[in-house]
Design a protein around this ligand. Structure first.
Ligand code: SF4
Ligand code: SF4
Length: 172
């Protein structure tokens, strides 16, 4: 998320970095990325809903027009995987470049991820990268392709997912 002062020229260029970025990492800033403000995930900000196809009401000209008074939830709380874990996710995976947001979640109290479409579905190259990452770290991840919810992770994760499917529950 990048700030734009209300009434300022809405270019985003040279704007100070997002608070989430500063809190999450000295090494990374959201920069020009506004993927989490674009409605790919549902949320509500000061009474205005955002959802797929409906960006945040306060997103304009590539930045946040209410940056100083953006709410704690979801805005200030949200730190995507790329921003929060530069040791894991390479620069090229910045969500606006990747078209996918790596959302940090928990599975059995341990780190896991959801690959959320931010313009496209995860492709084979991204899934291959994530599978190798998952094998290396034993961290599972969830994703969606053609409307089907899928997951990848270590054997205990696979057992959990099979149990969920057998019970008729969604994987995530
Ligand atoms: S998706 Fe991540 S990098 Fe992009 S604006 Fe949101 S927190 Fe920042
Ligand atoms: S108020 Fe809207 S544009 Fe600003 S940080 Fe929150 S979601 Fe993004």
């Amino acid at each position: 998320m990048i700030p734009i002062a209300a009434g300022a020229a809405a270019t985003g260029t040279g704007a100070p970095s997002g608070a989430a970025a500063m809190a999450a990492s000295d090494a990374r800033r959201c920069g020009a990325c506004t993927a989490c403000c674009e409605g790919w995930a549902a949320g509500e900000i000061h009474g205005h809903a955002m959802s797929p196809g409906h960006p945040c009401h306060f997103l304009a000209g590539g930045g946040c027009t209410i940056y100083e008074r953006r709410p704690q939830s979801p805005c200030r709380n949200f730190v995507c995987g790329w921003l929060g874990e530069p040791e894991h996710f390479p620069e090229a995976m910045r969500p606006d470049r990747l078209g996918v947001i790596v959302i940090r979640v928990r599975w059995r109290g341990e780190p896991a991820y959801v690959l959320l479409s931010a313009g496209r579905e995860p492709d084979d190259a991204l899934l291959e990268w994530m599978r190798a990452f998952s094998v290396r770290t034993r961290r599972p991840f969830f994703y969606e392709q053609r409307g089907e919810k899928l997951g990848f992770g270590p054997p205990e994760f696979q057992r959990d997912m099979l149990a969920r499917l057998a019970a008729g529950d969604p994987m995530w």
